[in-house]
Design a binder for this molecule. Sequence first.
Ligand SMILES: C[S@@+](CC[C@H](N)C(=O)[O-])C[C@H]1O[C@@H](n2cnc3c(N)ncnc32)[C@H](O)[C@@H]1O
Length: 200
Amino acid sequence: MDNVNQAEFWQQRYETGSIQWDMGQVSPPLKAYIDQLPASAKDQAILVPGAGNAYEVGYLHEQGFTNVTLVDFAPAPIDAFAERYPDFPAAHLICADFFNLSPEQHQFDWVLEQTFFCAINPSRRDEYVEQMAALLKPQGKLVGLLFNVDFGRDEPPFGGTKDEYQQRFEQCFDIEMMEASYNSHPARQGSELFIKLQAK
Ligand SMILES: C[S@@+](CC[C@H](N)C(=O)[O-])C[C@H]1O[C@@H](n2cnc3c(N)ncnc32)[C@H](O)[C@@H]1O
């Protein structure tokens, strides 16, 4: 299970096309969330970690969000994204380990979570919560989707329960919303929680 901590594991999945998680489109609940944001949000600093093929980053860019940062430690999807969006600022395409991002250098208004939490080794979940809170500005938000399913496997996606997530995130976040998602992609209907958490 430790191999999921390594960029090589994920890079190989992209190279062999073994990317079953990839929906090939913006996740519908996240599209709906983005679509209801006011025009004043367009210059907010947004992070999409473990973004993979990054349909949400592309959509934000197309909608005129000007300060979006993509982080992934596998180079393949970043290279593919840069080809699809040659006008996307290169400095905002970061090939690095999320856990090594420096909060002194990077601060965000909000972070978009989309099948990144479920990709990391479950033993690192508290580390994820702490690093996420550190990368957010005061009162910054973590918005996105978490699986509320126990997949019962020793490989990603690693699922979980609402109870577990509440306990973990409450350490560093106020939970504004953690509810069953009503507008998930058909393949994920009934298996996702929509979360909106505010850094304490
Ligand atoms: C399951 S995929 C999801 C990709 C994308 N969010 C999506 O929904 O299509 C997980 C992604 O997280 C990246 N990843 C995993 N651990 C990472 C880490 N510690 N730092 C940066 N990226 C990481 C992988 O390279 C992979 O692209």
